[in-house]
Every structure is written in C-alpha cells, then in structure tokens.
Design a protein around this ligand. Sequence first.
Ligand SMILES: Nc1ncnc2c1ncn2[C@@H]1O[C@H](COP(=O)(O)OP(=O)(O)OP(=O)(O)O)[C@@H](O)[C@H]1O
Length: 563
Amino acid sequence: KEERIVELEAENAILHLKLAEYQEMVRKRCDEAARVSALCTKQQCLQRGMHAASVQLYHTIQKLKKEVRELRSSSLVLVRDFQAQFQDWVSEIVTAAHSTQLCSKALQACQSRAAHLEQSLQEVSTRYLLEKQTRRALHNSLVELKGNIRVHCRIRPLLPFDHEFDDPALQNSPLSGKVVHALDDETVLVKCSRPGHPLVNKTYTFERVYGPAEPQDAVFADVRPLLTSLLDGYNVCIMAYGQTGSGKSYTMLGPQSKNHEALLLETRGDLGVIPKAAEELFRLISENPPQSPEVEVSIVEVYNNEVFDLLAKDISPAVPGAKRDVIAAKEGKKELFLPTSELVNSAAEFMRLVEAGLQLRVKHPTLVHADSSRSHLIITVTLPMATSPDSSGCPSDHTLDSMPTCHSPRRMVREKQRASSLDLPLGAGPGDSLAHLQQVRARLQLVDLAGSECAGMSGVTGPALREASWINRSLAALGDVLGALWEGRGHIPYRNSKLTHLLQDAIGGDAKLLVVLCVSPCQEHLVATLQSLSFGARARQVQRGCVGRRGPPAARRRPRRPD
Ligand SMILES: Nc1ncnc2c1ncn2[C@@H]1O[C@H](COP(=O)(O)OP(=O)(O)OP(=O)(O)O)[C@@H](O)[C@H]1O
C-alpha cells in the first residue's frame, strides 16, 4: 500500500508538473490568441480604411478622367486657335519683312541725305565761324578806327562765400539766385526782379562775354593779340573794372594766396592776365631778334587818392629793402608822376617785381570780400621799339616818347626819368632832332582797379570807410571822364582824381584800351552789377579817333597775326 501510495504520489507529482506545463501552454495560447485578435482588429480597421480610400480613389480617378477629357477637348481648341494665330503671325512676319526691306531702303536714302545735310551743315558752320571771325575782325577794325574802347565782360561763378552757393533752391530763385547769365559770347542777360514787381530782362552787348565756366585761358586768348599790337608799336592798356569781390584780381593776377610767391607756382591754367602777358611778351620779343629783350617796369598803387611807388627802395642803411613811397606829381609842360622803374629781362624777373609790389599793396577784409584790395594797382611796362632813323610809321605825334639805344640799363632808367619829367625824348641832347632818334617806346599798362563798394554791404567803418569812399570817388571820376569823352566835351576832367590823371593817356589818348568788366552772378550784387554793366556800355560808346602806332611801318616788319 505504501509502495502504491508512493507510486501514486509520484504519479500525482508528474501529473501536477504536466498540469503546470499545460497551464503554461494555455496561457501562451491565450496571449497569442489576444495578439492575433488585436491584429485582426487592426486589419479590420485597415481594411475599412482601404475600402474608404479605394472608394475615394475611385471617385478621384473618375473626376480626373472627366478633367482629362475636358482638357483634351480644350487643348484641341487651343491647338486649333494657335494654328490659326500662327498662320496670322507668319503672314504678319512676311509683311513686316517686306516693309523692313522697304524701310531699310528708305533709311539708306535718309542716311545718305543726313550725311549730305551734315556735310552742308559743317560747311555752313565753318562758313558761319569764318563770317563770325570776319565780322569780329571788321568790328575790331571799326573799333580801332573809331578809337573805341573794347569792353569784355566776365561773369564769375557762384563761390563759397555767396549765400546761394550751397542751396540749389536759392540758386534758381529769381529773388535771390543767379541773375546774371551769358546769353552767348557777346551778350549778357540780367534778370532784374524786385518783390512785387514783374521780372524785367535786360541785355548788354560787349565785344566778348565770358560765362562763369570759362577759364583764364579764354580771357587771355582775347588779350594775346593786344600784346602783338604792343610789339607792333601800339600803346595798350588792359584794365579790370567791377565791384568788390567780382573777380578783378583773379582775372588780372590769378587766384591770390597770402604767399605771393604762389603766383609763379600756380598751375598754368589758373594764371591771370598779368603773368600770362609777361610770358607772351618775352616770347614775342625772343621771336623778334632786333627787339631789345629789356623792358622797363614800374608799379604804382593809387590809395586814398595818393600815388604810391611800390618799387621804391629805401636806401637808408638802417632799413634797407622795399618802401611804399608817395609820389607827388612833377610840374612841367605836363604834370607827371615819376615812379621807380626797373629793367627786366624775363617773365620770371617781371613777376618777381610784381610779387614784391603786391606785398606792399593795401588790402583789408570786408563783409563782401575777405581779401579786398583797397587800391588801384597800375603796372606799366615800357618797351623800346627798334626802328630805323627815318621811319615815320607813326600817324600820331608820339615821337616825343622816343629814346635812343645803347645805354647801360641803370643809366637808361635815370635818363628816362629825366626825359619824361621834361616830356622830352630820352638822351636827346640840345642838337638832336627827333628824326634821328633810333627807338620809340610802346607802353603796356595793366590795371587792377579797386572794387566799387556799398558801405552798407561791406560793413566797413573808420579808415576802411575812408578807403571805400576814395575808391568810389575815383571810380566815379573815371565814369565822368568817359562821360565827357563820350559827349565830346572840350574839357575832360582827368585831374579830378589821381587815377584818371595817371590813366589819362590810356583813356583819352591813342592806346588800345581793353576794359574787362568783372561781375558777380548773384541777386544780392544786382545793383552793383547793373552799375558796372552800364559803365561798360558807356565806355564802348566812347570814340577817341584812330589809335596810333609808334615804330616802323608795318611793311618792314615780320607779319603778325592781325588784332
Ligand atoms: N572766375 C573765377 N573763378 C574762380 N574763382 C574766382 C573767379 N573770379 C573770382 N574768383 C574768386 O573770388 C574771390 C574774389 O575775387 P577777387 O579777389 O579777384 O575780387 P576783386 O574784384 O579783385 O575784389 P576787390 O576789388 O575787393 O579786391 C577770390 O577768392 C577769387 O579767387
């Protein structure tokens, strides 16, 4: 029994083990069944989604099929349209090609016509230029025959010290802008406007008008022929006139700097009339070998109606060097001022003298111009002219200015002073007859006038006001002299001012006189500009009779460019 019990217990244990095994299998099968059931559920969902998607896809495909059908029919229509349009275009292109051919033929015809017209325009322009030159030459000859004063006008550009400079709106405003314009190379247009009044345009005609952009070279190009005339024996005077700050010193000397040495160093284009004239003078002299290379220079300034010698030397050993000396008029047959004169052999020597003189010139800053010249500067260049003893060649009676050759320079200057003080030929002894004199002199005067000014605008007081008053008085005296000459009065009031007294020969005599009017373009200077332009207009009306030449007849000399 016990064995049986053990057997049964062992059997029971085995059965328990099997049961546990079967339970484990059942649990695994249950897990698998659950997983399979979840997969089945998921698959069912997917199947449902796929069904819905396939239904949607079916609808979409149906729709797309419909659209493709529509597209096909509309593309057929488009193709048909395009073919029709293409046919149109082809026919248009054929027509255009045809008309292009016609046009190119017409263009060729036009081009040859234009070339022809251009050529004739060129011919006409050349003829016009020639005619203009001829007219100008004839006008110059007429001016010369009548002894008229040539007047050129230079309009300076707007400059940083002008109110309008930085403001383009002001520049074009009729009440405060640029009101003076060069209409062409002979006409100045002034737009006169006052608040509450209509705009009045005034025009002035001169022998030459330089616009603001015209360089120094353009001014000198018109001065150069006068130097040829000087070497041909004519007295010449070139004078810059205008209100303060209008560009007189710029025109005559070039841009000014405190260091006057700069005059020699300035770029060539900027040099003014005086340095360029010096170079041209010595160039012309070097081309004419019989001509003496020495010219005599004197420099004076008229300041407060006194004449100052700017080349006077202080000979006292204590203060050697330059001295600003007053010159009193010497009474003789004719009152004369006798400034120191020096002989120079080259343009560089000439300019060194000018620079030395400028160091002594009186300047004073004003509200209108920070570097205002307070005196009239007169540089006189006297040139001995070689001639034969019997050559008369001189229509006027200026042989009194003749002088003999062959003296040392120092003696020549002294003798000249002595002779001119008596108004006799230099070196002429008691027995000398004028017919035997071997040289005559031609004179070039280069004048940088002080500028007229309105004390209200320039803001000067005290001594500067006195200077301004003398400047205005001497310029008024210049105007009076021109007025008297214009009216042909018997008495010309040269002696009313030292300025007119000194320039008497140039203004009323036989010199070729060129006045360069300098004007500002600004509205604020309009009154002074109109005054300057009226002065110029009056000056060119003055007829002084034929200008006279000193020296041998033109036939004996090398031909020069006509002035
Ligand atoms: N054409 C120009 N181009 C450039 N700058 C100019 C011109 N004209 C004048 N200027 C300048 O304008 C200023 C005044 O000119 P400038 O000294 O020649 O006047 P001005 O008429 O001699 O005056 P003032 O009578 O008071 O001495 C200077 O700074 C000068 O350099």
